[in-house]
Design a protein around this ligand. Structure first.
Ligand code: FEO
Length: 172
């Protein structure tokens, strides 16, 4: 059984993952309208992955006797300054998600909820991989430095970039 504190924190994380999914969907739509089809592909897939992260939490909360709450979401941005700025926002966003996961993990230790602690290890690994991928992408974009030919090649390649982590393994 989940404590009220842990249930509430897990539900906040449901909201964060749902908001991430919407955020990356907005990025996908922006990229697609600007002709960056590879970037759009990457972002559509990333958005789907965030929805899966949300669903794992929803199922876990309910399986542990809690009630997962489907949250209302605020509208994400509709425009970005450019592709580099958009990926910089993605990295910043993932760093903030890592922080939330870390706080959640700390709370499970305070509450002696070792089952939830164990479940969250998947998210800890996932965040390491997602941040690493976002940093690799930013390194490439900084090298390209808005060169049109470079961005063309980046767009072609980024469609194939995936997080190769815990994503392949079942949660919990
Ligand atoms: Fe749900 Fe981007 O990690």
């Amino acid at each position: 059984m989940l404590s009220n504190t842990i249930q509430s924190l897990l539900n906040q994380q449901v909201e964060s993952e749902a908001a991430s999914s919407q955020y990356y969907l907005a990025m996908a739509s922006y990229a697609e309208t600007k002709g960056y089809n590879g970037v759009a592909e990457f972002m559509y897939r990333h958005s789907d992955e965030e929805r899966q992260h949300m669903l794992k939490l929803v199922r876990f909360i309910n399986e542990r006797g809690g009630h997962a709450i489907v949250p209302a979401l605020s509208q994400p941005p509709t425009a970005f300054e450019g592709i580099t700025e958009m990926f910089a926002s993605l990295l910043e966003h993932e760093i903030s998600i890592t922080q939330k996961i870390n706080e959640l993990v700390a709370a499970t230790l305070d509450e002696k909820d070792y089952t939830t602690h164990n479940f969250l290890q998947w998210y800890v690994s996932e965040q390491i991989e997602e941040e690493a991928l976002a940093r690799t992408i930013m390194d490439k974009l900084n090298l390209i430095d808005n060169d049109k030919g470079g961005l063309y090649l980046f767009d072609r390649d980024v469609a194939g970039f995936t997080v190769t982590s815990a994503n392949d393994a079942p949660a919990g």
